[in-house]
Ligand binder design. Structure first.
Ligand code: MG
Length: 411
């Protein structure tokens, strides 16, 4: 029996975004697995959960019993389904899948059933303060073969342009925005892109839960004329019952899920056919073991996958997304965060600093992401290189979002 010899969290920030990777070493010399456990806003808490709570539970156990190991990690804390523990469990779970595929001597996608497509179509983020900036970015992406483009008008991606109007005396500092101006600016920006590029562009947009429930229904309705690919996070997880109202009001395709932790969040939206795309952050939902089950649930209900893939997913996590994309009949689209050089002569791809730390990153070519043929996930981590980019302690500003009267709003 091959057993778990050690489990270690590794924190690294090659792009100044804290990433958490878990390394699981086995009793077989040279055999190890890597998993992503990135919850960037609380990365030290995840590392502590891996090191001090899960490692003592899991060392010595059979590496082959992936499902048993997941169920044990899940139930062992008694209280469960929170983001810190889910990410910690995911790091180990993904590493065990990596090991299992290495033992089978096949790329993970083979172990999961084999390809139904050769590459995963991606969407990229275009963000700008005016139509010209957005148009330039969209043109650049199109020149590189990417036609699924998320349009966000504003300096900080979410909430539109910064609100600099009158605030009450004594209003606290924060990331101010005005929900009503946000709606106007972003509708106008998307209309502009549609007018310039016509149907060459598939339009996406992320509301990032910045609106009230009624505003979200109104916004989705106004987006209908744009024939979007999807509208994301129109509502907060706390307000999921309102998705039924959006469905009744318009045909805008709806994506949801990056903030989900609990099966009671995604299950009713999928089985009720109230969303079109599931957007979970795979480590936030507990890893590959739950993700592949929920992907299959989506297939049965006409809901496609669009796994979360921003900068706060490690290359290990991005590669896991790609393996799932290759095997899922109900794959929809893959979010990806490449290096952004606004220069048509430079090719889009995984940032060089990330490639310095992680060997075997997914490759982006003409709008599609590709896995490699190495056994397992196909991604490796150079620990010395990772140590050159230590974690950064900081208090995030952007999650201190405020509306014009100075009160906080979910970011
Ligand atoms: Mg999002």
């Amino acid at each position: 029996m091959i057993t778990i010899r050690s489990i270690r969290p590794i924190i690294t920030a090659p792009q100044k975004i804290n990433l958490v990777v878990v390394k699981v070493e086995t009793s077989e010399p040279g055999l190890y697995g890597l998993g992503c456990a990135t919850f960037t806003q609380r990365y030290e808490a995840v590392a502590t959960a891996v090191r001090d709570h899960l490692a003592p539970l899991m060392v010595g156990r059979d590496v082959q019993r992936v499902e048993e190991n997941w169920q044990l990690m899940y139930q062992h804390s008694y209280w469960r389904n929170g983001p810190v523990l889910n990410n910690a469990i995911a790091g180990i779970d993904i590493a065990l899948w990596d090991i299992k595929a290495k033992l089978a001597n096949m790329p993970l996608y083979q172990l999961l059933g084999g390809k139904v497509r050769e590459g995963a179509a991606v969407y990229l983020h275009a963000q700008g303060c005016d139509n010209k900036e957005l148009e330039d970015r969209a043109r650049f992406f199109l020149s590189q073969g990417v036609n699924h483009i998320r349009i966000q008008c504003g300096k900080f991606a979410y909430g539109g342009m910064e609100y600099d109007g009158i605030r009450p005396d004594g209003a606290l500092p924060g990331a101010y925005y005005n929900p009503r101006s946000y709606m106007r600016e972003n509708l106008a920006a998307m209309e502009h892109i549609r007018n310039i590029f016509g149907d060459k562009v598939e339009l996406l947009h992320d509301v990032h839960e910045r609106l009230s429930c009624a505003q979200a229904v109104d916004f989705a309705k106004q987006c209908e004329k744009l024939r979007m690919f999807f509208l994301e996070d129109a509502l907060a997880p706390e307000d999921i019952e309102w998705f039924a109202n959006i469905r009744q009001a318009c045909t805008t395709p709806i994506a949801m899920g990056e903030l989900f932790n609990h099966p009671r969040e995604w299950t009713p939206l999928i089985t009720g056919r109230l969303i079109d795309f599931m957007r979970m952050h795979i480590t936030q939902m507990g890893g590959l073991t739950p993700a592949r089950k929920v992907a299959a649930l989506g297939e049965l209900h006409g809901v496609r996958t669009a796994w979360h893939g921003p900068g706060d997913v490690s290359p290990v996590g991005h590669m896991l997304n790609v393996h799932l994309d290759l095997v899922a009949p109900n794959f929809g689209i893959q979010e990806f965060s490449p290096n952004y050089h606004w220069d048509p002569k430079q090719k889009l791809g995984m940032a060089p600093e990330l490639q310095e730390v992680f060997a075997g990153c997914p490759e982006l070519r003409n709008g599609y992401l590709y896995a490699n043929e190495k056994p397992g996930l196909g991604v490796d981590l150079d620990e010395k290189a990772a140590a050159r980019y230590p974690g950064i302690r900081q208090v995030d500003q952007w999650t201190q979002a405020r509306v014009p009267d100075g009160s906080l709003h979910r970011p």
